[in-house]
Design a protein around this ligand. Sequence first.
Ligand code: PBG
Length: 327
Amino acid sequence: MQILQRRPRRNRLNAGIRAMVQETSLQIADFIFPMFVMEGQGIKSEIKSMPGIFRYSLDTLLIELKEVQSLGIKSICLFPNYPESKKDKYGSESLLPETLYLRALSEVKSKFPDLVIMTDVALDPYSSDGHDGVVENGKIINDETVEILTNMSIAQAKAGADIIGPSDMMDGRVGAIRKGLDRAGFTDVSIMAYTAKYASAFYGPFRDALDSAPKFGDKKTYQMNPANIKEALLEAQLDFEEGADIMMVKPAFSYLDVIKALKDNFNIPISAYNVSGEYAMIKAASQNGWIDGDKAMMEMLLSMKRAGADIILSYFAKEVAVILNEG
Ligand code: PBG
């Protein structure tokens, strides 16, 4: 027998002890559930590359929200799917008072006043170029885009949004949106900046959901290079100074070090976006019987909490809620 002063296995001896020494855990309140709305009636159409996730017309979205809320989920993030016919160079559709997205926001807010609604601010759902900003001569134009994003944010705040989520990665947009919201009287509407958003292959299924893949090129002149982390700290410093209330890292699973770096350096909440491709990987592997989907899901999400995420945007939110509610 070895004489060992320290036997770490004593703290793993049984379920009670393991629970007692557990350092991090998931709570339903940590989660934001991303959802997709489209035009039409009575529609609930599954996204092929995201089994279990659907695009809803407004009427079926409201029905689904009852279930979402009954599971204890307190917050959603809404994305619109628009037909090609509504798209143009400037994303003009996004500012029309009667447009689907703004109608959906106000309808959801009036039917579910306690639900926290986060929006998406970027041109891509409305852009005929499939880019997050205005394209001129093959380039994405920063400052003109920021003006549109500011107007989009004000329109969304008017419609009832609680949290504005600029996902576009233009320079200076957080400051411009903050000023615009304040001037329009929306000092209470907060901004969750997509602060460190990487040019990632893991957004593929989301672009299927929105039919929003870029028509040419890629997003590398605005989204970040996956090789960089100092640049994430610069983006965070700017978003912090410009008034972001919450800062996001996206994707999450391949960027846990970035989550930790932001958490260690900034005293505001940090969120992690467990993106569509991360969801799709687990679903595909578990449907093949190659991994235990529920366990892999919980482990993946827990790693984000451990890295320092206070908030997780995840398509798994409902499944996690079911597991947590069972205890
Ligand atoms: C676009 C946007 C994207 C996502 C959220 N907002 C895709 C992109 O930048 O091309 C991806 C979310 C996901 O993959 O789950 N503004």
